[in-house]
Design a binder for this molecule. Structure first.
Ligand code: ADP
Length: 398
């Protein structure tokens, strides 16, 4: 078989193959001109348009013509009405590569159907027996896959955004509380300072004390706000050497008010010799926040009598292992498999995205995040982060 017209029609139809041929005889001269050095933008554009008018679709099976939106009686037809101008350069490559040493060419075409619909198709071209006059091609309609991919990407972006917002909701409440205290202290000191100043003679030593208290309060408020900004920032911070103990203690500090409001008692058990990790500290704090808030919420929602939240961290040869344990209601075995699916939530206002995003963050760091069964009531979430030596590749087997 030397020509696509020779392929058995039933086989082609059954496989839903879209096949066609392009007459490229007049295209060679235009391609040669396109190769001339120092071509101006306008002349180049003209030649590209010429290429699309001179190359013709001469044959196509019903499926190919359907994808390209061409009626059979219209053949032969110039590619100018079919091939997108923005991809004119790909047509040049298709001809050059197919007739050159490569012998084949592949690209994705973004076509427009007669009804205006966007069609994405994989275009594969190859040579048949009759030399440089024509090239044959196959088309694979991938519009559906591209649409699914696009909506997945959109969904992922939305998920990351909404999770950040829900985490921020908690953080903002906590920080509002943290900032209120220094602000109140600053106000009291300022009022006292004014009183000392209005005395005759003014008590300057006391005024100085008050001003120092104000400076301290402002510094503390500033630090708190800076932490919020780091958390809210959409830019992932660069990965750096992190001390997990510091990350846990910082998160615990942030959440002090949130945990207290749910009557959860936090205890930390962090190994003294914890190895350092390479991580995005903001993201790891986000994971810890999510796990700790989930635990406190679960214990409060179930009105547990004892509300013990424990965060443990220890290291082994390859990982730092962090566990967040609560004494809440635990998770029904039927729900355990869906925990990390996304959109699984038992909360009236929950999004069900937190755990999914936490897992994505940890996996991205080279670790794992899982829920462990607990003999007594409650849940344990365990995540791991590879230790710095492993990431650096300096770890030595002992
Ligand atoms: P959301 O908090 O928006 O529901 P998550 O992905 O963070 O989303 O959590 C999904 C679900 O997992 C929660 O709705 C809850 O049912 C369950 N869950 C998570 N952590 C715990 C926990 N510590 N104890 C009990 N259930 C939990």
């Amino acid at each position: 078989m030397t020509d696509i017209a020779d392929y058995p029609a039933p086989m082609i139809e059954a496989m839903e193959l879209a096949l066609g041929r392009l007459d490229v005889r007049e295209g060679h001269a235009v391609i040669a001109k396109l190769a001339e050095p120092g071509l101006s933008g306008a002349r180049r554009e003209n030649l590209q348009r010429q290429l699309l008018t001179t190359v013709k679709l001469v044959m196509g099976n019903p499926r190919a013509l359907g994808i390209l939106g061409v009626e059979p009686q219209a053949l032969p037809v110039a590619l100018s009405g079919i091939w997108p101008f923005a991809q004119a350069d790909q047509l040049r490559c298709a001809i050059e590569d197919t007739l050159g040493t490569a012998g084949k060419f592949r690209t994705t075409l973004n076509l427009q159907a007669p009804d205006g619909r966007a069609i994405h198709a994989t275009f594969v071209a190859w040579t048949e027996a009759d030399g440089r006059d024509a090239i044959s091609f196959g088309l694979l309609d991938i519009t559906e896959q591209i649409c699914v991919q696009d909506s997945l990407l959109r969904l992922q972006a939305e998920m990351a955004h909404s999770d950040r917002l829900s985490t921020l909701g908690v953080m903002t409440a906590t920080i509002a509380h943290e900032v209120r205290q220094p602000l109140a202290a600053m106000m009291t000191s300022a009022e006292a300072g004014l009183r000392w100043l209005h005395k005759t003679p003014p008590e300057l030593r006391q005024v100085e004390d008050c001003l120092e208290t104000i400076v301290l309060g402002a510094t503390k408020a500033n630090e708190t706000v800076a932490k919020l900004r780091a958390m809210a920032s959409n830019r992932g911070q660069a990965r750096e050497v992190c001390d997990v103990k510091v990350l846990i203690e910082e998160t615990a500090g942030f959440l002090r008010q949130e945990l207290a409001s749910r009557h959860a008692t936090l205890s930390l058990d962090i190994a003294a010799d914890l190895p350092t990790v390479i991580a995005d500290g903001v993201q790891v704090r986000q994971v810890l926040t999510n796990l700790m808030v989930n635990a406190a919420q679960a214990m409060a929602d179930a009105q547990c009598w004892s509300r013990a939240l424990k965060v443990r961290a220890r290291g082994d040869e390859t990982f730092v292992i962090i566990e967040v344990e609560d004494s809440g209601p635990g998770i029904a075995s039927a729900d355990r498999e869906r925990l990390f699916d996304g959109f699984f939530t038992t909360k009236a206002t929950g999004l069900g995205l937190g755990l999914r995003i936490c897992r994505a963050i940890i996996v991205d760091h080279g670790g794992t995040l899982d829920h462990l069964s607990k003999a007594s009531a409650g849940s344990i979430f365990r995540f791991t982060l590879p230790i710095q030596d492993i990431v650096d590749g300096t770890h030595q087997e002992t």
